[in-house]
Design a protein around this ligand. Sequence first.
Ligand code: BG6
Length: 525
Amino acid sequence: MDDSTPTSERSSPALGSNPLLDSRDLRMPRIADPCVLVMFGITGDLARHKLLPAIYDLANRGLLSPSFSLVGVGRRSWSDDELRAYVEQAVRAGARTSWHQAIWDQLAAGMRFVEFSSFEDDDAYSRLTDVVVGLDATRGTSGNRAFYLSIPPGWFPAVTQRIAASGLVDESPGSWRRVIIEKPFGHDRASAARLDTLVSRIVRPDDVFRVDHYLGKETVQNILALRFANTMFEPLWNQRYVDHIQITMAEDIGIGTRAGYYDTIGSARDVIQNHLLQLLALTAMEEPTAMTAPAVRAEKEKVLASVRLERHGVLDLDTTTARGRYDAGFQGGVPVKGYLEEDGVAADSRTETFAAIRLEIANRRWAGVPFYLRAGKRLTRRVTEVAVVFKRPPFLPFDDAATAGVGANTIVLRIQPDEGITLRLASKVPGSHIELRDVSMDFGYGGTFNEESPEAYERLILDALLGDAPLFPHQREVDLSWRILDPVIERWAASGAPDGYRPGSWGPESAHQLLARDGRTWRRS
Ligand code: BG6
């Protein structure tokens, strides 16, 4: 232990044996190996709002080793204590679990900051190496290292090349080296492949953990539980009974201060390429042989490879996709700027803040069943859901008047907020005559389980430190998702500016027409 190590580290109990903690966490009982997590981009929004609070929550739940150490890399001239103060602020503002001083002291003792004048600063990589090697010696982190690259993809060549040259990722028997990367995984198929080549130069493919935070959400993992741990849904989960599927990711917020990122990306690349296509894959895939990374990925890949943009065999992206951009207006009674007036958005921007796509899946299970995906900012409200809409009964032995208020049976997987599952079905209205109406049967996580769900990033950071890969998309999935999206984005690039839509609405008129062409409507519209 070096002299700079705060006394708290020497006196506090091991995190795993802290009496303040529940000693058994049945959902996540595995504790990560002693290791150093090097975080590039620690001063960014994602780290502040999500990653740092998640690390504290994991420590607080006894899931990190007492030796766990965090090295922040950034362009500030910070001392280790200044990093600790910054992390403490982020944790106090964003952690899910309560504050325990002993846990914090233990965690803070393992924090170091390395100043980089830029990501091309060769000397800084030498200093980083010294710090990491020093932590191995003083905190027993055993040479286990994870590099979290929460940085714009443009910096990947410089950073990966220098990490490799520094020797930090050289293989060493008995210890591991891993790289955790954040989306966007490129901006199209070709750039994603280039990015993958860069990362593969520094670690083996199995040691690359691509974060799609939707896969860390409990409700998303529950899709596979619902489908494959029950008997009653799977027999209906196919083209014989399902009319269509709607996958919605609606947000009521605008782009906030993220114009620098968002204006180069747009809605389709931001969330359809990853979150929505992953939701589609989990909803549509076949049963995996086991819940292992190779088995789950194999099924997701098969279904992504079967996705088609054609409508009944005809490719016409002008009728099967829609995009929009929010105008100025009011949201919840509050005046809001239009996208083009947001700070940092280019005056001639054509970036979409709403995207909708109709897809089909060319396999026996799903032939002819449209999957409608939509995502957007500044919509009516925040809701992410997968709605499986069933076909109407082939015959209804009731008067037309009695069934006038009956819609299609629907299973809604409520990803967020109000996490749970809803079944919409027809029921008799009480009374002496026959009248049927839709009713809901609800399962809500909140009311059923006493424990709050962990945040997605808790689960994903822990899994990456454990080397558990099932919740991380493979490069092949990334590639297949871009294969689906590239032609859409190319078509949009050639067809002018997106349609405007009113803040607080459900998107542009073209999105409604997209479903109307098929004789359907979006839920909630
Ligand atoms: C991110 C997108 O991946 O997901 C953001 O880049 C979006 O634009 C965010 O706001 C939404 O995440 P969540 O977990 O709040 O649905």
